[in-house]
Design a protein around this ligand. Structure first.
Ligand SMILES: [Zn+2]
Length: 122
């Protein structure tokens, strides 16, 4: 799971308190770097879709990068490269994602997040 995907995932447990289903906290992560071709235009178009605060705190917690506090309004080539590295090249291979609202744990195995819920949680 790349960090861009994590940036969009939220908890779907029915009883999850409103407003607390996002973001999911990643713990016990094993990371790997993906080979992904850098495309400046693609990254530029991606920026408005990102939750910057979440990307920034996740990158920091995982020790991937220290992103600026605010998303650069006019990103330089270096900024775009950094965002590319964090959002598109960083893959969480094994981990648990924990919802801070309800405590549900979503496992990530071999890079694939398991977002399935038990019947009583839907
Ligand atoms: Zn939840």
């Amino acid at each position: 799971m790349r960090l861009i995907t994590h940036n969009m995932l939220q908890c779907h447990v029915k009883a999850c308190p409103p407003g607390q289903s996002y973001p999911l906290q990643i713990r016990n992560a094993e990371l790997e770097a993906l080979d992904a071709e850098f495309n400046a235009d693609f990254v530029r178009r991606l920026i408005p879709k990102l939750d910057w605060k979440v990307l920034r705190s996740t990158a920091f917690e995982l020790g991937v990068a220290q992103l600026p506090e605010e998303c650069p309004a006019e990103p330089t080539e270096d900024d775009l490269q950094m965002i590319h590295k964090v959002a598109l090249q960083t893959r969480v291979k094994e981990a648990e994602m924990v919802c801070s609202g309800c405590g549900h744990v979503y496992p990530i195995k071999d890079g694939v997040p398991n977002m399935l819920l038990q019947d009583h949680e839907i």
